[in-house]
Design a protein around this ligand. Structure first.
Ligand code: GDP
Ligand code: MG
Length: 439
């Protein structure tokens, strides 16, 4: 499906002008991409509406590259929607800072508690205390203790006989005495949202107003994540979201939905089971991921920056009139070269980076250098009329460029093939081109 988005982008990219119909068509694809990424339908509709309004606006229609402009708006709006304050954790003026971890069972609360403590210690020089307030499963207390041992971070626990509220109270007092400046409370989850769970969380919350209440959500939950986020926010009140398991192949549409519905920022993302696999959330990266666009935008920007539009038009004209020479060929190659190593460029194209066998193909920039050398060794007459290049001339060119006669032959053949192909392409009437609709 994201391939469809790609072809729409391709189609629109080259257009000098776009109209409302083009925007509509593109938005349809964006809509599909979002739905496929598991973004909540209400959110999708709202989003498409905002973008369409902006895209149909005057500025875009008048701009030189309207297609790219539309893509940029999509990207920008997605980033905006998921962005907001980028402060990672709000620390208390009066330590300890209290952070509550809430969420459904299996979302990754306990793991994230450990990861977060690790990150706060490393990046912010904090001395955290982990609190085992999930008393319903003995294994849960043990799990946190194990994490604490691995990290050499203290864990406060009272087994499973004391109420979570009492544990939390004692833990905060303990942290004060021991001068531990961050308390991270790992709470119990349920498989489904229920009253008892919510009441317990509210009671812990009432102890001392926590500085942060982080809702931990499994990114694979997709659509359901919105309901989960809404319920927790209504009942307990959350200050931020941690999206876990984004190392899987989920597109991460939950990020957009949760953010739009709850208006609460996504603070971190979990990228694996290891204790250092927690990263601050980057809205612009998530936007690309949701759209499945790879680095298409940076690619477009790069191309735009480096390829002189005038020159491109000139070349096209030469193809049409069959006056394309080796000099033009060289010019075109240097344009491509300016974009950076061929391999990097190819990697930025979505789909290509996943293509099997790509590793076997040799994108050798040296080859480009050879081609350049060969062309530079030709005389003006040879460059304009390659058919005069006989065996003797080939030898001379090979010698002059430090390449083999075979390489010279290969290039001559490539050039002829290319000319033939161009002839066929430009020979097509505009009508038949229009008929070639991408399915
Ligand atoms: P809790 O019930 O909410 O406390 O969830 P746990 O912390 O026990 O995590 C449940 C499972 O998810 C465990 O097997 C974790 O290793 C795994 N997990 C947590 N976060 C991530 C993550 O970011 N990536 C991956 N791949 N697995 C994770
Ligand atoms: Mg747990």
């Amino acid at each position: 499906l994201s391939e469809r988005l790609q072809s729409t982008i391709q189609k629109i990219k080259g257009k000098g002008k776009i109209n409302e119909q083009d925007v509509k068509e593109m938005m349809r694809e964006v809509r599909f991409a979002l739905i496929e990424a598991d973004v909540n339908l209400k959110v999708v509709k709202q989003f498409v509406k905002i973008v369409s309004e902006r895209a149909v606006g005057q500025d875009v229609m008048k701009s030189l590259t309207p297609g790219q402009q539309v893509i940029k708006i999509v990207q920008d709006e997605l980033t905006n929607l998921m962005g907001g304050e980028q402060s990672v954790v709000k620390f208390s003026q009066k330590p300890p800072t209290v952070i509550m971890m809430v969420g459904l069972q299996g979302a990754g609360k306990t793991t994230t508690t450990g990861k977060l403590a690790n990150l706060l210690r490393k990046k912010y020089n904090k001395n955290p205390l982990l609190v085992a307030a999930d008393v319903y499963r003995p294994a849960a207390v043990k799990q946190l203790e194990t994490l604490g041992k691995q990290l050499s971070i203290p864990v406060f626990q009272k087994g499973t006989d004391v109420s979570p509220v009492e544990i939390a109270r004692e833990a905060i007092a303990h942290a004060r005495e021991e001068h531990l400046d961050v308390v991270i409370i790992d709470t119990a989850g349920r498989l489904h949202i229920d009253e008892t769970l919510m009441q317990e969380l509210k009671d812990i919350r009432a102890l001392k107003e926590p500085d942060e209440v982080f809702l931990v959500v499994d990114a694979m939950t997709g659509q359901d994540a919105v309901n989960v986020a809404e319920s927790f926010d209504d009942a307990v009140g959350i200050t931020g979201v941690v999206l876990t398991k984004l190392d899987g192949d989920t597109r991460g549409g939950a990020a957009l939905s949760i953010r739009t519905v709850t208006q609460k920022p996504i603070k971190f993302i979990g990228m694996g089971e290891k204790l250092d696999a927690l990263e601050p959330f980057h809205p612009e990266r998530m936007a690309s991921r949701i759209l499945g666009m790879g680095d298409v935008l940076s690619l477009i920007e790069k191309a735009q920056l480096n390829v002189d539009e005038e020159k491109a038009k000139e070349l096209e004209e030469k193809f049409k009139t069959q006056t394309f020479t080796f000099d033009d060929f060289l010019e075109q190659m240097s344009q491509v070269k300016k974009m950076g190593p061929l391999e990097d460029i190819l990697k930025m194209i979505p789909g290509v980076n996943k293509m099997k066998g790509l590793d076997n193909i040799n994108f050798d920039d040296k080859q480009i250098d050879h081609i350049e050398a060969i062309i530079r060794s030709m005389t003006i007459a040879e460059k304009t009329n390659p058919e005069i290049i006989n065996a003797g001339r080939k030898k001379r060119i090979a010698k002059g460029s430090g390449c083999s006669v075979q390489e010279v032959n290969r290039l001559l053949k490539q050039f002829e093939d290319m000319k033939k192909m161009m002839k066929q392409m430009t020979g097509m009437s505009t009508k038949s081109k229009k008929k070639m609709k991408i399915p």
